[in-house]
Design a protein around this ligand. Structure first.
Ligand SMILES: NC(=O)C1=CN([C@@H]2O[C@H](COP(=O)(O)OP(=O)(O)OC[C@H]3O[C@@H](n4cnc5c(N)ncnc54)[C@H](O)[C@@H]3O)[C@@H](O)[C@H]2O)[C@@H](O)CC1
Ligand SMILES: Nc1ncnc2c1ncn2[C@@H]1O[C@H](COP(=O)(O)OP(=O)(O)O)[C@@H](O)[C@H]1O
Ligand SMILES: [K+]
Length: 500
């Protein structure tokens, strides 16, 4: 699914109005109805609902929502924040419609007009939407502050008032802090950026049937991967396949004290459909790996503690494997750096690079140019910062991320909530699955195993990254269902992997 910018969202509105065709007021009615359907599914008509409307189309939505909720017999109190002399046409139209149903519309012009809000009430925020063009101030700001102070449940219409859709807010900006955001048709870039978490809450998209062809043709670098997008990427297995059909992967993982990382990556790789798996671990990991992961072949390194690439048994050429994954638990020993340098000299096919392999790259940045084209790098934000530079805000981080992926012609999975996958073409795919239960040691190792397995099976590297990150998050969601987000572990994520 695409993420469009504010100008495109406005144009999409117009395109829908022209092509469907539909009158703007009826499109607003459709949006209000979609919101009210969601709202009625979540809140009983016994709860007092205070709705705050601005003077633009977000406020117009609010007035239509108020009327529809009155029809459904919600005890609703309607407030219009009168911060300017002019209202939008559709606001006025809905204002007239509402007046036919109720006289009970109150106006907030000064602070003392702001009502007290109690804890068992619901607040609907329809003050400002995607038309935000400057920081909130005056009575708008005071109203938002009062709503944020109140103990009520807050639901934002389309986007929290005061939050920009696709540009950074200043730290001093006053913005609604909703429990829920119900947004129209498409996700907004602001929703997937870490600093905005409290200004978004749980968010959901409601479909208001905006012009599909406009969306299909609209150029954008930003995508949001949902289940239906991921499902399209999954390769079906041929009935006459054999283990040779699904590649032979080689993992370089583990060091003394971190053989667990090797086990997790190996188990995840096998659970993700690889045909054959060989794992190179330091000598100390041999017995552990052979016992914990009997399905994998094991190459014990000559060195007991760290990886050097020199094997105790027959030496194998890493270039002969379908793909290589490197990093989880390997440490940053000088011998391991020598191994990484040698691997990058010989490997030409895309590989997966994680954890300390990334830290070695950031300390030896001349190696970045040697990464095979379309390799997948999986840094968490700290690792990415070491590879690049500090950023001032999430939008600048996205710019740095895109530039990095383009410059080195690699795919970068910047991990976290809504992991951002940057491609060499400059696109970014945000992931929709996963939960805070994944914030626990070892889940990144699991991801490396998954991605290595997908590359081994011949997935296009961008598709491997998008599908692998989605499935990893989904496994995390299943593990959280079983164990709860606090009790789940990285092993539970491996056990929860499914590919159907
Ligand atoms: N784009 C779509 O697909 C649809 C949009 N609709 C609604 O329309 C909204 C956008 O409407 P508008 O473009 O009228 O924008 P808003 O309702 O967000 O804001 C409108 C007005 O507020 C002013 N303004 C901006 N920043 C301000 C600030 N900080 N303080 C005070 N005033 C400020 C603007 O100059 C503008 O006149 C969406 O968020 C959504 O709720 C829906 O009605 C239907 C479909
Ligand atoms: N709050 C969250 N929501 C969704 N996914 C998360 C969250 N926190 C962490 N994750 C995911 O968990 C994984 C953590 O990886 P990483 O930080 O490398 O952990 P480790 O090094 O311990 O294995 C990443 O895939 C990341 O996207
Ligand atoms: K709003």
């Amino acid at each position: 699914m695409k993420i469009l910018n504010v100008d495109q969202i406005r144009a999409l509105d117009q395109s829908t109005i022209q092509h469907e065709p539909i009158a703007p007021i009826n499109l607003m009615e459709r949006a209000a109805l979609a919101f009210v359907d969601w709202f009625a599914d979540h809140f009983p008509a016994t709860m007092t609902t205070k709705i705050f409307c601005g003077l633009g189309n977000n406020g117009g939505d609010g007035l239509a929502i108020a009327r529809l909720l009155l029809e459904r017999e919600y005890p609703i109190e309607i407030y219009v924040v009168r911060y300017a002399p002019r209202e939008s046409d559709d606001f006025m139209h809905n204002h007239r419609r509402l007046k036919l149903v109720t006289e009970n519309v109150r106006y907030i012009e000064l602070s003392h007009d702001i009502p007290a809000i109690r804890h068992n009430e619901i607040v609907i925020d329809a003050i400002l939407g995607s038309g935000l063009s400057r920081p909130t101030e005056g009575i708008v700001k005071s109203t938002i502050e009062a709503i944020n102070r109140a103990p009520a449940t807050v639901v934002a219409v389309d986007i929290a008032s005061g939050l920009y859709t696709d540009q950074p807010n200043a730290p001093t900006d006053v913005i609604i802090e909703p429990d829920y955001t119900i947004t129209f048709q498409l996700p907004k870039l602001a929703f997937v950026l870490p600093k905005n978490g409290r200004y978004v809450g749980d968010w959901q998209i409601v479909d208001i049937q905006l012009h599909k062809r406009y969306i299909d043709l609209a150029p954008t670098p930003y995508y949001f991967t949902q289940a239906r997008d991921a499902r399209l990427l999954l390769h079906k297995r041929d009935r006459f396949s054999n283990k040779g059909s699904f590649g032979h992967a080689l993992l370089y993982v583990g060091s003394y004290g971190k053989i667990g990382a090797a086990v997790l990556a190996a188990r995840a790789c096998l659970r993700s459909g690889v045909g054959l798996l060989t794992v190179q671990v330091p000598g100390c990991g041999y017995n552990i790996l052979q016992t914990a992961v009997p399905e994998a072949m094991c190459l014990p390194d000559k060195n007991q503690q760290v990886l050097t690439g020199q094997s105790e048994v027959e030496s194998s050429d890493p270039a002969e494997y379908t793909t290589v994954g490197i990093g989880p638990g390997i440490g940053k020993a000088p011998e391991t750096l020598v191994m990484l340098r040698e691997l990058l000299r010989t490997l030409k096919k895309p590989i997966v690079v994680d954890a300390d392999a990334l830290n070695l790259l950031s300390e030896n940045s001349n190696l970045l140019d040697k990464l095979p084209r379309n390799s997948i790098l999986t840094p968490h934000p700290k690792e990415f910062e070491r590879l690049t530079e500090k950023w001032d805000n999430d939008y600048q981080k996205l710019t740095i991320l895109r530039e990095f992926a383009k410059k080195y012609k690699v795919i970068v999975v910047l991990k976290g909530a809504y992991s951002a996958i940057a491609t060499p073409d400059g696109d970014i795919h945000f992931n929709s699955t996963g939960n805070p239960g994944l914030s626990t040691g070892g889940t990144g190792d699991v991801l490396t195993g998954i991605l290595t397995a997908l590359l081994a099976q011949g997935y296009d590297p961008i598709e491997a990254a998008v599908l692998g990150v989605f499935s990893h998050g989904l496994a995390g969601d299943r593990a959280a269902e079983q164990r709860g987000p606090i009790g789940m572990t990285a092993s539970d994520v491996v056990d929860s992997l499914r590919w159907d």
